[in-house]
Design a protein around this ligand. Sequence first.
Ligand SMILES: CC(C)(COP(=O)(O)OP(=O)(O)OC[C@H]1O[C@@H](n2cnc3c(N)ncnc32)[C@H](O)[C@@H]1OP(=O)(O)O)[C@@H](O)C(=O)NCCC(=O)NCCS
Length: 410
Amino acid sequence: MTSYILDAVRTPRGRGKAGKGALSGVHPQELLAPLLPALAERNGFDPQRVDDVVIGVVSQAGEQGSNLARNAVLASGWPIEVTGVSLNRFCGSGVQAVSFGAMGVGSGMQDLVVAGGVESMSRVPMGSDGGGTDGQNARLRETYFQVPQGISADLIATRERFSRAELDSFALGSHRKAARAIEEKRFARSLVAVRDRSTGALLLDRDELVRPDTSLEGLSQLKPSFVEMGKMAAGPNGETLDQLALRGYPDTREITHLHTAGNSSGLADGAAAVLLASERWVKESGRKPRAKILAAATIGSEPVIMLTAPAPVSLKALKMAGMTAKDIDVWEINEAFAAVVLETVRKLDLDPDRVNPNGGAIALGHPLGATGAMLIGTALDELERSDKSTALVTMCIGGGQGVAMILERV
Ligand SMILES: CC(C)(COP(=O)(O)OP(=O)(O)OC[C@H]1O[C@@H](n2cnc3c(N)ncnc32)[C@H](O)[C@@H]1OP(=O)(O)O)[C@@H](O)C(=O)NCCC(=O)NCCS
């Protein structure tokens, strides 16, 4: 049976810094809650028919704890019969939520599912759940000492011999493409402005992080962000994080730190929701779906370098769909760090013109739990705008994992 996507909506992404971002005063449940009635209004369904709301959220602590999905359903004013479940597959959470929803409607066990994600990095910063990279399991660390992502990204750049100029030029492209997308209102179909739910005052109606005036010169002045972190003593014998990262890579003598605030994904606040339906519901309602899901896959990879799974997981999904990379019109590869996208493009020998045509997280920001669902909506909008057929969304994930999903327009 087929899993259909009927629609996708998202908030704009706000700067994920306390007191600085336009959404930093909004409780994360309240970021997600208005998207539910927005979906119902746009698609004319009775919320009572929704079988579940599946939401990715990474830092499940404080305001993002206590099953955010269920609380957001209640905060939205939807019927109490609608359930909510929150999940965490780190940065891949948003795609994972849509994937679980697709399994539900595709198996015939559910008819209508809302899947998406949320993250307020300004209110619940990365690391707030206290688990670090490995839940502080000293025994696991003897086998895998998982270092922070920035160090892994710099290790990838070092081993792939990417230059700082290559990373910065990719970042410049992300800003230019995102600025053009905003100028041409390419995100308009998905965007739902965020308002103060008590007063109705507009808080944000466009993505806040993009810097249209970004230049190569400006980018080149920025200091690498992870040098000091790499020098931190963290191992049992006082090894630094850089030394620990290199334990499994004896052919690399040292890590060249190249990622900066300019060529890494920005910290962001935001939420997204995708409406999924079963074949049965589509027939019964007579609604025309926007796309169907051809494949969804996850894969694990070496957990210390951590961010190299987008290529193998894309191949896994392509194989499941009986396709090759050349069959994909639009690639959305999450821009966690510039080196991640460049490595994936190189490994899969992709045409760069088909990759992230409207920029990505370097320009727009990466609200961890929400980004995957945002990328699915962006891919869908782009397929419709450019009258193309197929898209593949893939993301690197903490702990050495990757997720991919292939969509086809109906
Ligand atoms: C890289 C990182 C540490 C930088 O953090 P930061 O220093 O607080 O970064 P900011 O975005 O606030 O930028 C700092 C400064 O850099 C400069 N800057 C950033 N982007 C720029 C650009 N495109 N052009 C010129 N200058 C830029 C600005 O001066 C900016 O200060 P301002 O916002 O006051 O103008 C942080 O963004 C990060 O951790 N990113 C990765 C997040 C992550 O790991 N996600 C999971 C992925 S797997």
